[in-house]
Design a protein around this ligand. Sequence first.
Ligand code: SF4
Length: 291
Amino acid sequence: MQIFSIRQISSLKIRWRIVFYYLRDMERRFTTYAQYLRRATGLERVQKISVDAGFTCPNRDGAISTRGCAFCRNDAFTPRYCSGTRDILRQIDEGIAFHARRGRTADGYIAYLQSYSNTYAPVDELARIYARALSHPSVAGLIIGTRPDTVDDEKLDMIADLARHRYVAIEYGIESTCDATLDALGRGHDFAASRRAVEAAASRGIAVGGHFILGLPGEDSASILHGTADIARMPLSSIKLHRLQILRGRLPPEDKHPRYIQRHELSDPLRRRGARQGPLQQRHQGRRQGR
Ligand code: SF4
């Protein structure tokens, strides 16, 4: 009988895990973000490191409003090591250590300017901040999270120049394709502004991501499906679907509470999503439902 050492067993386990992930990825009908980053950076394992570069946004500083968007609480998703008053390189070091303590090591890291609007400053200041983040020896690229109405030709040209040498992407908070929803959220821009910003960046060769929230107040299955067609027509490299949250007191009293909205009746096309899942996903879903 063959006896395996612990090292051989763990190496076999790792190989089986790679085969499992490979089969699972083949079965998916979309490219996962991890796969996308692997292709974009050429690195096997990439970890995003959130960085707070000390920006604010026009929906907070009074340029548009001081209330912020109805779903926005930056401290709800900002790791403790992030602080707009701390040096960017120190935040990256602490972010790498933060993930390493949780067993998440990587071949390279992406500095993710996540908090507030990271194009909301003069172009020279932006260039200095982006260059500092990219100067970290473990950083393989940069993601700039921002509002669609805080970019212009000069800023996009500068970012496009960076993107010619490194992986640099812009991720816009688009949230919804429906102007009435954007208005109710207090975004201060319409969907046309998002479309223009996406096209302006993509036409310069910059990878563009769009962030959306599904099931916002007033939206139902029909408007979500309609919005999907609009999203598919935009030159986006990636999309991120955020969890739905609305801050207490931010909806008019006649609107339903988000917890209730989440339970709205799904129309048939959305309810049928299980019918076209692969066997692995169906098995996961069956397990969740106790089958
Ligand atoms: S979501 Fe973005 S634009 Fe809206 S308040 Fe928050 S930081 Fe500002």
